[in-house]
Write a protein that binds this ligand. Structure first.
Ligand code: ADP
Ligand code: MG
Length: 619
């Protein structure tokens, strides 16, 4: 053990144990609490709410890196209180250990203001109700540099300027203003959904970006934040059992999303990211959504304050429940109640197709036809069925470009050993899942979804690499409400999106107009494609920058292609007319294919005659 210590010995000689100076302590705390402008906004707005504000005005300049200001109409602070608020562990919200067990305020740790003040220039303007004048305090890197009486309205205004200005190492981690703005408004929207009786106004740079007026109807607030179109897909349910109470607004099967970002969870009014609750939500949707799809959900869970610990994460994103199983059950039951009430869960498994949405219409709850050929009118929206000219590879022999990339499945023949799907006898479709082919020495099953996914993926990728992704203009442009964050995400990735054949333009602060989609994906619902794109792009923090390292670029692009392909491909369970079945086989022959889908599942499986004969005892 002693042999490991040279560096340690050296260090211990130089460094004696000591208490850290308080400004350093604040900066260390800031590392936990202040990740980016959105987290500053979170702390300031939560303070206003804890103070009982009814109106909150937010200003964000340059994504918050130059200014974040929060003004409220709360009770304000006395001079002494304001000075005190800047000190570590100073809080008005709890006083005893018992209080810590029953927290109902957003804040209680008393560290946000000092932490933020240690990494920015802060100005506090505050005036208590009924007092003659207000008071101003300016702080730079934790030092109070100015105090004076000042004229200001009743309430409190806190400005945070030049965030991380004195810490270049952290400032350089800030993303583009659009991205930071996206995070900030996304978080504020999440918070605001649970607080309909508080009015929020947001100013971005020099224009009014968002107003969420006070309302007594939570559904109205949800619609204001998420947009009317999304809100229309939600059904409300209330459910109560042992562990607590749930009020939930959840989507049916037709309005699914590409990731879990549209699941909004609240515990006693506090927005949280909680694995347990997420798991409960996905369990409830298990039979309703295909794998990899997620619902839109806004779930307010109310439990006795003593049965949940909110003090497990500095930014209080996570919580711990005294009885996790009971909470899990409560949420599951609430959602299933909502789904059963709509008849979505009454059917046995395998009937998902009857539950789907028309694709373009996410408004209603009526059981409408899915995006499958059976319901969607078949031929019209099937890429390959219309591709009468035949796949590229059959003309140009593109398949030969990947001689080593495939595994010989011992099936249909070509000179180079590569399987030629199109040359095998097609026996038909099995259970709306597999295409069944007679191979030279056995039977070949092709997973129709995996195959179609692979084809779309390869075509998108190939066209993108050659800068030849063609866009197909929509006859009638469509608008899509994706929220301010979504708009920011798309704006950041605009070059990319254009390179993919999309033509999408911002339309106000929270919507976009879609004018074109990749021609390869024509026939798909443009709104759904763009929504998926936003989900996918919003998940990576680094919005792909066309100037970036090309390998990274391709890796990011590949993920996008995989997502688009997966969501556009024919599903497992879709009945395909024969010409579509053949089109898939031709499509496989045309790509430089690997025998797996982009997610790694096999596309085809071969059952040799020997294996089959064995089953019949014919050896
Ligand atoms: P915490 O919120 O955990 O108490 P903070 O550092 O965020 O800690 O705030 C410290 C204190 O400052 C609060 O407890 C509160 O008394 C006071 N304070 C902060 N913001 C406001 C505000 N907008 N209105 C009134 N009081 C405030
Ligand atoms: Mg606070």
């Amino acid at each position: 053990m002693g042999s490991r210590s040279p560096t340690r010995k050296k260090r211990s000689r130089n460094c004696r144990i000591r208490l850290l100076p308080s400004d350093l302590v604040d900066q260390i705390a800031a590392g936990e609490v202040v990740e980016r402008p959105a987290s500053v906004l979170k702390e300031l707005v939560e303070n206003s709410l804890d103070a009982g504000a009814g109106r909150i005005r937010v200003e964000i300049r340059e994504g918050g890196s130059s200014l974040i200001a929060v003004t409220d109409d709360g009770p304000g602070m006395e001079v002494e209180e304001a000075r005190m608020a800047l000190r570590r562990h100073a809080t008005s919200k709890i006083a005893t250990l018992d209080d810590l067990g029953e927290i109902l305020s957003f804040g209680f740790r008393g560290e946000a203001l000092p932490a933020i003040a240690s990494v920015s220039r802060m100005r506090i303007l505050t005036r208590t109700q009924g007092s003659e004048a207000g008071y101003e305090i300016r702080v730079e890197s934790s030092e109070i540099v100015l105090e004076r009486e000042a004229g200001c309205p009743e309430g409190t205004r806190i400005e945070v300027a030049n965030l991380f200005g004195s810490i270049p190492a952290r400032r350089k981690f800030l993303k583009k203003p659009g991205t930071e703005w996206g995070h900030a408004i996304d978080w504020l929207g999440r918070l605001a959904m649970g607080l309909p009786s508080t009015q929020f106004e947001v100013q971005r740079d020099d224009h009014a970006a968002v107003v969420w007026p006070e309302t007594s109807e939570i559904a109205e607030r949800i619609a204001a934040v998420l947009g009317e179109a999304q809100a229309r897909a939600l059904v409300r349910v209330e459910w109560e059992e042992g562990a607590g109470h749930v009020e939930a607004f959840v989507s049916g099967p037709e309005a699914s999303r590409a990731n879990g970002n549209a699941i909004h969870l609240y515990v006693n009014g506090r927005p949280v990211r909680d694995k347990l609750l997420r798991h409960a939500v996905s369990q409830a949707y298990r039979d309703l959504l295909p794998r990899g799809r997620f619902p839109l959900a806004v779930i307010f869970l109310t439990v006795p304050p003593g049965s949940v610990d909110v003090n497990v994460h500095p930014a209080k994103w996570e919580v711990r429940f005294a009885n996790p199983q009971a909470v899990h059950r409560l949420v599951r039951h609430a959602i299933r109640e909502a789904m059963q009430g709509r008849g979505f869960l009454a059917e046995p498994s395998g009937t998902r197709r009857e539950l789907g949405g028309q694709g373009t219409d996410r408004r209603g709850w009526g059981p409408v036809a899915p995006d499958s050929p059976a319901g969607g009118g078949g031929e019209g929206d099937w890429l390959f069925a219309r591709d009468r000219s035949g796949p590229v590879g059959q003309k140009g022999g593109e398949g030969a470009s990947d001689p080593g990339g495939h595994k010989n499945l011992g099936a249909g023949g070509s000179e180079d050993g590569r399987i030629v799907f199109g040359s095998m006898r097609l026996l038909g479709q099995l259970q709306a899942r597999y295409l069944v082919l007679e191979a030279e020495k056995g039977l070949l099953l092709v997973d129709q979804h995996a195959a179609h996914e692979r084809i779309l993926y390869e075509r998108l990728r190939g066209a993108w690499l050659e800068h030849k992704v063609e866009g197909q203009g929509l006859l009638v442009p469509e608008t899509l409400d994706i929220g301010p964050r979504g708009v920011a995400v798309l704006a950041d990735a605009s070059k990319w999106i254009a390179a993919l054949g999309f033509e999408v333009e911002a339309f106000g602060e929270s919507a976009v107009v879609i004018r074109a989609i990749p021609a390869l994906l024509s026939g798909n619902d443009p709104r759904r494609l763009v929504a998926d794109l936003v989900d996918e792009l919003g998940q990576v923090d680094v919005t792909p920058d066309p100037g970036a390292d090309p390998t990274r670029l391709l890796a990011d692009a590949d993920r996008l292609f995989a997502t688009l392909a997966c969501h556009s491909a024919r599903r497992f369970g879709d009945h395909l007319p024969e010409d579509e079945q053949r089109a898939i086989l031709r499509g496989l022959d045309a790509i430089a294919w690997a025998p797996t889908c982009p997610h790694g599942r096999p596309v085809a499986a071969h059952f040799g005659l020997g294996e089959l004969d064995g089953r019949f005892g014919r050896h």
